[in-house]
Design a protein around this ligand. Structure first.
Ligand code: GUN
Length: 307
């Protein structure tokens, strides 16, 4: 495994975990499969104690991408033994009817955790919908109460993508504690909560964190100092090899599309310089999905503890 930034450049080579360019691949697909298998064992235990974890999804309208994302969540649930509960509302649904469905999920004891799939049609208020979700059933970890818990370092469901990135780094032996992590992007779902998480005094975190964004002058000046760099801007090829400290761990978390092709925030030449790098596909995405399942299982564990 390569030494990290500050030491000599990696020698990951083209062997197991290699990228063909020297950097070790941060294999989210493989790690997520292992996490799902562990979660299946946890679910079997919960079922044996009379608690079958249930994950709910509320989908409004017929956006094909949203429908596909929701279907994938149900497939993941089936793999680990979590029961899916789905509500599909028409695009024309009123705010009151959506609120009624959210209330029903809040009160349904078989729904341990759930999400309202975003984006919602323009006539509906996303913030109001997120606020109406019971924070203890918030599988996304994005309810203001849970973001507040994150700020406080208190237990609660973590936002899935930030949690998945921290797991991905830890599982590949990337040193974060005491190192400099540069987060590019300040969005609600990735950059902002990830910066908070990385700065917490907890295993796999405890970093010096810098948050930058695409409006920052001379972005490379900041990125070049990162031992860990997470790009979550949604700008294809934003981070190039020339911006990366040799041996650094570089995570592409933002995506954009060219037609049907998924593009990474990382340019291909990042792998020539980095010690660790995510693949274009099979890096952060599968980890986000695995963390969603973990949040659902944790919510079911809380149900068991209450009974
Ligand atoms: N839309 C796209 N991804 C997500 C997600 O992870 N959660 C929610 N609620 N909406 C999404």
């Amino acid at each position: 495994m390569p030494s990290q930034a500050g030491g000599s450049r990696g020698s990951g080579g083209t062997g197991s975990g290699g990228t063909g360019s020297g950097a070790v691949l941060l294999d989210g697909a493989g790690l997520a499969a292992r996490i799902r298998s562990e979660l299946a064992t946890d679910v079997a235990y919960l079922v044996s104690r009379g608690v079958t974890p249930g994950l709910g999804t509320i989908l409004v309208g017929d956006d094909p991408a949203s429908a596909r994302y929701v279907a994938m969540k149900h497939e993941d649930c089936a793999e680990v033994g979590i029961v899916s509960v789905h509500a599909h509302l028409p695009a024309s649904v009123s705010a009151g009817e959506l609120d009624e469905t959210i209330r029903r999920f809040n009160e349904d004891p078989t729904v341990d955790a759930y999400l309202v799939q975003l984006p919602l049609p323009a006539h509906l208020d996303e913030e109001a919908a997120l606020l109406a979700v019971d924070p203890d059933k918030d599988v996304d970890g994005l309810h203001p109460v849970n973001l507040g818990r994150l700020v406080m370092g208190a237990p609660g469901p973590l936002p899935c993508t930030p949690a998945g990135i921290v797991e991905l780094l830890a599982a590949h032996g990337v040193a974060v504690d005491g190192r400099h992590a540069v987060v590019i992007g300040r969005g609600l779902t990735i950059g902002r909560p990830l910066a908070l998480l990385l700065a917490l005094r907890r295993p796999g975190c405890n970093a010096a964190v810098t948050v930058v964004h695409t409006g920052v002058r001379d972005l490379g000046r900041y990125v070049r100092d990162g031992d860990v760099v997470v790009a979550a801007a949604g700008v294809a090829g934003l981070v190039t090899g020339s911006m990366v400290k040799p041996g650094a761990a570089v995570v592409g978390a933002g995506v954009s599309w060219a037609g049907r092709k998924l593009l990474s925030d990382l340019a291909d030449d990042v792998a020539d310089v980095a010690g660790f790098v995510t693949p274009r596909i099979g890096g952060v995405g599968p980890m986000t999905r695995a963390m969603l399942l973990r949040n659902a299982v944790e919510a079911a564990r809380r149900r068991l503890a209450r009974t």
